[in-house]
Design a protein around this ligand. Sequence first.
Ligand code: SF4
Length: 167
Amino acid sequence: MVDNIKVSGTLIESYLICKRQAWFHLHKIIPFQDHPFLEIGRLIDETTYERDLKRINLESVQIDFIKTKEGEIVVGEIKKSSKSKDIAKMQLLYYLKVLKDLGVPSKGILSFPTERRREFVELTTEDEEKLKRIVKEIENLSNESFPPPLEKIPFCKNCAYKEFCFS
Ligand code: SF4
């Protein structure tokens, strides 16, 4: 059981990718820090949108950038690839929900700089219901003493926890 879990955007992403990976996060099991995908992520963090990027820590979420556009607040999430776009979208929608609950309605931009693509995202009532269910499931997972059984999925290939699962 994990006390006082704070559901972050990263945890939402992790849960949607692999519940076992989310369990590792919840139990503060740290992946190997020299994994090449972590390095690539760090590199993108350091070189993309150098002038725009303002990493903002708000409650339990870390937002890549916030800006105003035509009088509206726009929240940005930067990803290295659009392959898992639906998962990245839920992560961004979670940020919009956290901001909404703080009284700051906003819209989102999903950005894939290496593919020169962006997508606009808006929070709907249906999204809010879905996020509520996901948060509840993550809370339940935090109470589990053991990780969910290993299930090989395409994400395993680039997962920083690969050594935990397959050695
Ligand atoms: S290696 Fe695969 S099963 Fe293990 S945590 Fe990563 S994605 Fe999940």
